[in-house]
Design a protein around this ligand. Structure first.
Ligand SMILES: C[S@@+](CC[C@H](N)C(=O)[O-])C[C@H]1O[C@@H](n2cnc3c(N)ncnc32)[C@H](O)[C@@H]1O
Length: 564
């Protein structure tokens, strides 16, 4: 029986988050925050603050950029009620005893206290939460460092054994030998809760009149004949296969795009340019702002511009150059972004570039990243589970499993969810400690959730994703394998009504191309020329489950009829 309710835990967490603006350099506060996230089933968010705590202990030990700030925060925390609370929580949550420290009287003693106790706690939380998140390679690396630094600490031996067991079963499940594996072959990526966090006050009510008016103002600028409206869609989730006839279908409220008037076939109905773009490789071949290929017919080489300051990126036109300078580029001017990425990480890397662009847009426009017009209304595909109902505690008042039994569908890695964004922020000269409220792990996760549900990507010749973009209006369009529009994307994204509908035999023969007033736009997330099985495989990631459009249902039934 839980003695502290979920609401109380969230309230406690929010109190700690609010303290950050007063004590941004407090290692003790970061660690308490980290434990509060862990206690709520967010080990991924705990990793973020445990890592920042570890960075601050380094600042205390070495004369780093924030040495003085970190040092005075340690002096303030030493012997404080806050430190006593931290030690008590660590002892009960992690089973980590023997943390009482002596009182410091000068810098040197405080340094010892921070190194001896706070750094050890930071390692312990970091490693335990990395294990929970499936980041075994990073957990192994930090645990090895902890064992070297604190040889007498049994908790790190326990973690070593846990990591080893998990690795053994991982390699066994792949019929591979763990003993033969290199550290860089250890898995370092897992799934975490994809959620509208209870403290996220930035997420608008997408169905309110105010939000719809705001979205439709944006829509009118790029598609005067279209509007966004609320619609009801079949829930397509892997765990509730709607193709299973025994189950009742579940419908969910979502948004879609509708015709405001009758529209003839072959009519261009939407043309949208976005600055939320990412080019992974060969950056000199694409416009940094809109991502159009610079070798595309119609681009005059005399129009191509570079940035006067950094000279490293190219724009297709004066317009893109000016837009970039006004909205994001000054934050990234001269910032060197690593472009050497293993093929297995190509897609995560591309999403991380979108994140970088969103951070730069926010920084230059002095807005919160979740407030940007490119992201604020877009679909985050958050789990629809009622956390209050499903939240699960164990007999010791801790979370029953690391995620509190809430579904996990958001990819998470230490590299792309923590290290890369913090590293980019530092290169952008943003103080990652004082600016936490704007650039925190939960904000990165929320942005990733939105991008993963809506970004378009294009592959290079070798099949690796090369360019990606989020177009906030275009991505309100829902999918059908019997679309009434076609689209293409080169710089801008464009929708036009199809001249001819897809030819499939089960459709109402009276259906005609074009759109009637009030009709929903049906885009397509896969190649509609493929057979049903392949179409579904292609679109499953974007839809969350098997496509159940009338064409898929009909063609699947036909195939079943033929094979049975
Ligand atoms: C890019 S968003 C489309 C806009 C979204 N409906 C919204 O409210 O913002 C993609 C999501 O829309 C939903 N969706 C799109 N087409 C669908 C369809 N044919 N059936 C059910 N859900 C669909 C899925 O949940 C998918 O993850």
């Amino acid at each position: 029986m839980s003695s502290i309710s979920l609401q109380q835990r969230v309230a406690r967490l929010e109190d700690l988050q609010n303290l950050l603006s007063e004590q941004p350099y407090s290692i003790v506060l970061r660690l308490r925050l980290s434990l509060a996230y862990r206690d709520l089933g967010y080990p991924d968010l705990a990793v973020g603050d445990a890592y920042k705590a570890l960075l601050l202990t380094d600042e205390v030990a070495e004369e780093g950029e924030f040495h003085d700030e970190a040092m005075s925060a340690v002096m303030e925390d030493f012997g404080s009620e806050q430190a006593a609370q931290l030690f008590a929580t660590v002892a009960s949550q992690l089973g980590f005893e023997g943390l009482q420290g002596a009182k410091a009287s000068d810098d040197n003693d405080a340094t010892i206290w921070a190194q001896k106790y706070l750094s050890k706690i930071a390692y312990a939380i970091l490693v335990s939460c990395l294990i929970d998140c499936g980041c075994l390679s990073s957990a192994f690396e930090y645990n090895t460092r902890a064992i070297q630094a604190y040889q007498d600490t049994p908790i790190f031996d326990r973690y070593r054994k846990t990591i080893q067991e998990k690795l053994q079963s991982y390699f066994k499940s792949r019929n591979e030998d763990f003993a033969e594996a290199d550290v860089d072959e250890y898995p370092d990526r897992g799934l975490v809760r994809r959620e509208q966090y209870p403290w996220n006050t930035w997420e608008p009510d997408r169905f309110s009149e105010e939000s719809l008016n705001c979205m439709n103002e944006q829509m009118a600028a790029v598609a005067p004949k279209l509007e966004i409206k609320k619609t009801s869609l079949l829930l397509l989730a892997p765990e509730t296969p709607n193709s299973c006839p025994q189950k009742d279908p579940i419908y969910v409220d979502q948004l879609g795009i509708f015709a405001k008037e009758d529209i003839a076939p072959g009519h261009l109905i939407l043309e949208e340019k976005s600055l939320l773009t990412a080019v992974a490789r060969l950056r000199e071949t694409r416009c940094d702002a809109c991502s159009i290929s610079l070798t595309k017919a119609g681009i005059d080489s005399d129009d191509i511009r570079t940035c006067d300051e950094c000279d490293e990126i190219y724009f297709c036109s004066e317009e893109c150059h000016d837009l970039a300078q006004d909205t994001y580029h000054p934050a990234l001017c001269g910032v060197n972004i690593d472009q050497t990425v293993p093929a297995s990480e190509a897609s995560d890397y591309l999403y991380s570039l979108l994140l970088t662009r969103a951070l730069a847009l926010a920084e230059v426009q002095e807005s919160h990243p979740l407030e940007l017009k490119e992201v604020c209304f877009i679909w985050g595909d958050y789990h629809g589970v009622d956390v209050n109902q499903n939240w699960n505690m164990d007999s010791t008042d801790g979370v029953a499993d690391p995620f509190g039994s809430i579904p996990q569908t958001l990819p998470f890695s230490f590299k792309y969810n923590i290290l890369t964004p913090l590293n980019v922020l530092e290169k952008m000269d943003i103080n990652i400690f004082t600016q936490s409220p704007r650039y925190d792990t939960w904000i990165f996760n929320t942005l990733y959730a939105k991008f993963r549900g809506t970004a378009s990507a294009r592959q290079g010749l070798d099949g690796r994703p090369e360019v990606s973009a989020v177009h906030p209006m275009w991505c309100m369009g829902n999918h059908s394998c019997d679309p009434n529009v076609s689209w293409d994307w080169e710089g801008s994204i464009r929708f036009w009504t199809r001249e001819q509908l897809v030819d499939w035999k089960g459709r109402d023969p009276s259906a005609k191309p074009g759109m009637q007033k009030g009709e929903e736009l049906r885009g397509h997330y896969c190649d509609v020329r493929l057979p049903v099985k392949e179409r579904r495989e292609w679109a499953v990631g974007a839809l969350g489950g098997d496509c159940m459009c009338p064409r898929c249902v009909w063609e699947e039934a036909q195939e079943r009829g033929q094979t049975s």
